[in-house]
Design a protein around this ligand. Structure first.
Ligand code: NDP
Length: 323
């Protein structure tokens, strides 16, 4: 028979959101269990330099930061389990989740922190140059391209925001978009078009990210015109792929509401989903900020919301007993 593990607070995901929820949950005496998922540590484990996480004067490494967060979570009483959840049942409490190997996890509360993945183009050079010129986060890596030439690929809100953000560091920003119109909000488009340091290349798709001689990092992108098929090259020191994110919400389809882009919907200003006792935090519910520090903050909110939910329930139960 498969093993059943019960906890007051079951957390899915081990990025900054899940581990911050764990730290707060453990310190509240809820003995949380974190089911780590496919990529323990989350997106930060595939980045290198982190310079914007508060508390560190020097540049730190993403994987190191996640190891420290996990060590802190364990130190205060979190149990980490390496497993991947295959199915969920949120119709009754405790919530019941089943891992890939058949282990059953039951939780009085559930904190969903399964994160999101940046979408990539899948063209030559992209993964080899990841962290060496190719990035999916201008807020994280833009600073490293001060005074250099950068390109942003995409035509949605993220791409336009990233292009505008990059002008804080670079005087030479090029937006590359595969069509001749953007899907970003008009106000962002107006700001983009008015910016003297941003050039737009319409109807262009990236064919290849080009590495310099002697593994010198990115030196540019080979482009192909999506209308004429004509090939061209755009030199660049940094390339930011901004073609959208995929939140990891597959498991919850039919169980919890998601918005048009697939993100879990929470009550404004809280981490509460539509199912009492189920909370969501971090990139799985946030398509706007997507930062380690905002995910960590949202993890804290989820743990506090879960703790209050349980305290309220315990109090109500004690009143019943007294009556
Ligand atoms: P979107 O899905 O809105 O846009 C993705 C862009 O990338 C599109 O322009 C698309 O082109 C392009 N694209 C997709 N795949 C490829 C590909 N293979 N090759 C080349 N180009 C490609 O993603 P965003 O991340 O911009 O936004 C997601 C959601 O988050 C939206 O709802 C957005 O409004 C929201 N958001 C809100 C923000 C805010 O409120 N401040 C900030 C950022 C995002 P095409 O147009 O041709 O399809």
């Amino acid at each position: 028979m498969s093993e059943t593990i019960h906890t007051r607070m079951l957390i899915l995901g081990s990025g900054p959101a899940g581990l911050s929820a764990a730290i707060y949950g453990a310190r509240a005496g809820l003995s949380p269990i974190v089911v780590q998922g496919m990529q323990p540590g989350g997106q930060l484990t595939i980045t290198t330099d982190v310079e914007n996480y508060p508390g560190f004067r020097d540049v730190i490494q993403g994987p190191w930061l996640m190891e420290e967060m996990q060590a802190q979570a364990e130190h205060v009483g979190t149990r980490m389990i390496f497993d991947q959840i295959a199915s969920v049942d949120l119709s009754a409490r405790p919530f019941r989740l089943v891992g890939d190997g058949g282990t059953v996890y039951t939780g009085d509360t559930l904190v969903i922190a399964t994160g999101a993945q940046a979408k990539w183009l899948g063209v030559e050079g992209e993964s080899a140059l990841g962290g060496k010129g190719v990035s999916a986060c201008a807020t994280c890596d833009g600073f490293f391209y001060r005074g250099k030439k950068v390109v942003v690929i995409g035509g949605g809100n993220t791409a336009v925001e990233e292009a505008l953000y990059l002008t804080n560091h670079s005087q030479d920003v090029t937006l590359v978009h595969r069509r001749d119109s953007l899907r970003a909000e008009k106000i962002l488009q107006d700001r983009l078009f008015a910016h003297p340091n941003i050039k737009i290349l319409w109807n262009k798709a990236v064919d290849r990210f080009v590495e310099g001689e002697g593994m010198a990092g990115l030196v540019g992108v080979d482009l192909v015109d999506t209308v004429t098929g004509e090939k061209s090259h755009e030199s660049a020191d940094g390339a930011f792929v901004a073609i959208g994110h995929a939140p990891a919400t597959e498991l919850f389809k039919g169980h919890l509401p998601v918005d048009n882009d697939g993100y879990l919907v929470v009550e404004k200003g809280t981490s509460k989903t539509s199912v009492p006792g189920v909370f969501a935090c971090g990139d799985v519910t946030d398509k706007v900020y997507r930062q380690a520090v905002t995910a960590a903050g949202m993890g804290c909110m989820a743990a506090l919301d879960a703790e209050r939910f349980l305290a309220h329930e315990d109090f109500a139960a004690s009143q019943k007993v007294d009556a």
